[in-house]
Design a protein around this ligand. Structure first.
Ligand SMILES: [Zn+2]
Length: 583
């Protein structure tokens, strides 16, 4: 037994060397181990932990989980995602339906069912193994300064192994790629034009309406006005981030109506496309069946060939055997002919069934779509999902001068369509008095007071603008309303108009006539002077310069007599008299 003394130089050197060598050995062993793993992984043979829903069978092959509930839940998960188009909405659907998602404990047979979380949903959607692809090395580990191993993601091209169709999966490879694309689009930031998955709001073009001025996607704003929910398409992203003014804000209802009508009209060609899709599906199924039938034919052919060879090989002189073999050969040939015939007939039938099926589906679908689209009980989210199959995006440009909005609809197939929609009038515009009414009021003010005008308008059946307000349908014009209207619209007042025509106020008229204001009132009463009302209680007096009635005061010549004389004089004179002036 020899021991090393660390105090001795030679011993210490030897110990150091041994340490170095063992370190190198460890490295080599590890490298070999790793190399072995990598080689196995590249061949797709390395057994790594499987995601829930897959197990290794006795032979070490990856198979779908034998537990039916696990399998069906995962299948339902993918189906839900392809329906709703968003991971978080899939989570919501699971929650709403009270479904739980399976999770298999690692290295254990135990399966737990837990509520689906967004992270589980994303992990499941991002895992290529569900598409039957064997992958290895999607992540690598970096050692941090504090000695922890932190996983990092590798780019898809840098994965150490990626073997498509290595084992059965829950979805196809194409579907997996499509899911990734949807997730990427959903996850994009606000700035990029993106189509968001349909949500429950009323606005039909949610996530599909693009601003025609700046190219950003519209946001939606809902407001309840007069008991109705109104949707607005608003482009205010630049406002939120850069303090710029709101780009466009467009009322949703007319736009949705126009696009809805267009889609309902457009659905026939789309239905044809869908029908073609179905045709392809049915054809694929028939091809599968045909392949199976072909196998039967091949088997019969093989049997017939075998019987023929046996017959050829037999000694012709051995009649008994030769007869039996010939009989057998004939039998096989008959079977072959039957199989071929059967195949032909089935192909024919398939073709017939295909045409009938397509025609029926086509007719049903066109009718169904229209009914469905107009069905009030159909949730908006479903309508938007239908729309998403047909419309790629819709660009809106508001034209405030014309009071319209231009709608460019881009369909999935690349076709475009341009529509115009009338913008709804603002509340102020709705209650505004019509210009022709204003004109009429302007004309009437020349000869009528405001209360007279109100009566005239009411009698003509003209109603004030405010009657469009809810519960205000029975309001009528009043003097106050007419004078407010005149004032707001800068019409000249009746008083100004009368003054322009030379009418005098009461003091002015009294001074002009040289009488007292009380006498003036009396003259007016008796018709010596004409006065004109400019509102319900104030007047202006018409006093002509040419013939002022003389001031007269006599008990024997009373005012009534003067008026009678004046009227008599007027009647006798044919020329048009100046009204209200005493001769
Ligand atoms: Zn904009």
């Amino acid at each position: 037994m020899c021991s090393y003394n660390p105090a001795s130089f030679n011993d210490r050197l030897l110990l150091g060397l041994k340490g170095t060598v063992s370190e190198a050995e460890l490295h080599v062993i590890k490298a070999r181990l790793r190399g072995g793993i990598l080689n196995k992984a590249r061949r797709g043979e390395y057994r790594c932990p499987l995601p829930t829903g897959f197990v290794y069978d006795e032979l070490g092959n990856v198979v779908l989980d034998p537990d039916l509930q696990v399998r069906e839940t995962i299948a339902y998960f993918f189906e839900t995602f392809s329906r709703v188009g968003s991971a978080s909405q899939t989570v919501r659907v699971f929650k709403k339906e009270g479904l739980r998602f399976p999770s298999r404990m690692r290295n254990e047979k135990l399966i737990t069912f837990q509520p689906l979380t967004a992270s589980t949903a994303l992990r499941t959607l991002n895992n290529p193994r569900y598409a039957g692809t064997y992958v290895y090395g999607r992540r690598y580990y970096r050692r941090t300064a504090d000695g922890k191993n932190v996983p990092r993601k590798r780019e898809r091209d840098d994965w150490l192994a990626c073997i498509p169709d290595a084992h059965p999966g829950y979805i196809t490879g194409e579907q997996f790629q499509q899911n990734l694309k949807i997730l990427e689009i959903n996850g994009r930031g606000y700035e990029v034009a993106r189509a968001s998955p349909p949500r429950e709001g009323a606005a039909l073009l949610q996530g599909r309406a693009v601003c025609g001025l700046c190219g950003r996607h519209f946001r939606l704003r809902y407001a309840t006005r007069r008991g109705r929910q109104e949707a607005w398409y608003i482009c205010d992203r630049a406002q939120g981030t850069r303090g710029e003014p709101c780009c466009q804000s467009i009322a949703g209802a007319p736009i949705d109506e126009a696009v809805g009508a267009l889609v309902a009209a457009m659905v026939t060609p789309t239905a044809v496309e869908l029908a073609l899709e179905i045709r392809r599906e049915i054809e694929a199924r028939h091809d599968e069946a045909d392949r199976l039938r072909l196998r039967a034919v091949e088997r019969a052919q093989y049997a017939a060939d075998l019987a023929q060879r046996r017959f050829m090989l037999v000694d012709p002189s051995n009649r008994l055997v030769a007869n039996t073999l010939e009989y057998e050969w004939n039998d096989k040939l008959r079977t072959l002919a039957n199989a071929r015939e059967e195949r032909e007939r089935s192909q024919q039938q398939d073709r017939l069934a295909l045409d009938d099926a397509i025609r029926d589906r086509l007719i049903a679908m066109t009718a169904d779509f229209k009914t469905l689209w107009r069905d009030q009980s159909l949730p908006n989210r479903e309508r938007k999902r239908l729309l998403a199959y047909i419309v790629e995006d819709v660009t809106l440009v508001k034209l405030p001068e014309e009071g319209t909005t231009r709608i460019h609809v881009r369909f999935k197939a690349g076709r475009t369509e341009t529509l115009m929609a009338q913008n709804p009038k603002s509340s102020a515009q709705q209650v505004k008095t019509r210009p022709e009414v204003l004109e009429l009021v302007d004309k009437l003010l020349d000869s009528h007071t405001c209360s007279e005008i109100a009566d005239i308008l009411n009698n003509q059946g003209i109603r004030p603008g405010g009657c469009v307000r809810p519960g205000k349908a029975d309001i009528r014009f009043t003097a106050l309303r007419v004078s407010y209207l005149a004032q707001r619209n800068g019409l000249r007042t009746r008083r100004d108009r009368l003054r322009d025509r030379g009418m005098l106020t009461r003091p002015e008229a009294a001074v002009r006539l040289g009488i007292h204001e009380a006498t003036l009132a009396s003259w007016v009463r008796h018709g010596l002077v004409t006065r004109h009302a400019y509102n319900d209680y104030a007047y202006l007096y018409e006093v002509s310069d040419s013939s002022l009635p003389a001031k007269h005061c006599s008990r024997w010549d009373r005012l009534t007599d003067r008026v009678a004389r004046m009227q008599a004089a007027q009647e006798s004179r044919p020329s048009h008299p100046i009204k209200g002036v005493v001769v």
